[in-house]
Design a protein around this ligand. Sequence first.
Ligand code: SF4
Ligand code: SF4
Length: 266
Amino acid sequence: MKTFLIDLKKCVGCYACQIGCKDEHCGNCWKPYAEEQPETGQFWMKVNEYERGHRPHVKVAYIPTPCQHCAEAPCMDAAKDGAVYRRADGLVIIDPAKAKGQKAIVNACPYGVVYWNDVLDIPQKCTGCAHLIDEGDTITVPRCFDNCVHGAITWGDEEELDLEGAERLCPEYGTAPRVWYKNLPKKFIAGRVHDPVAKEVVIGATVTATGEAGTFTATTNWIGDFWLRNLPDADWTVTIEKDGKKVAIETSTKIEDKGLGEIALA
Ligand code: SF4
Ligand code: SF4
């Protein structure tokens, strides 16, 4: 079975995978796997950009998101007349002829990677560049993989890829995706600590987040900043201590990353 492995630590958000997908599919009709991808409104390989935290403690995460080629694909269940099928190599394909008029296929995908083509009256999505793989021509891999010069995208036989530590995107959807990710962003809490009397940032303060999910520590750096990284989604008490001074803050990473801003160590 073929699978994608996307390492977000190597992804710089250059969008070359998205552009490669456009170059391959816009203006090209790869029947029986796909009609042309429209130039606007559809991104079969979409680089989703997430701004996390609060100013000035902000990070951006890029998550390239194609069809996840799920082993238990609800789009297949929603399709009539076998309009969505799985190839022997695992790629999930929408048959453009059979899928005409079947908008239910768009709504069935929890990942939101199926697009509706109003002009052709069909649902469309990533084919895993099945036409290239079949042809055995010069490029025999998906174009997004071929275009990623940073090595963030790997594609190949599942048993040959190094999937140690890899995770699925939104496993709670229960669709057993065949796209795996490494270094999916975990939550952080950040802040900047200052001494209001000395009117200086506090360097070397110990910052501890405690909660039911565990204990995490960090130290403020040369500009008084701390970053508590790789936190689980949970409620936290963050304590900041130095030279007998101490402050405690209640916060949570259940919904989002937290930038706590300026904190006075009084
Ligand atoms: S081409 Fe590679 S580095 Fe660039 S956005 Fe896509 S996955 Fe990330
Ligand atoms: S990601 Fe969506 S379209 Fe792709 S196989 Fe899974 S359910 Fe179907």
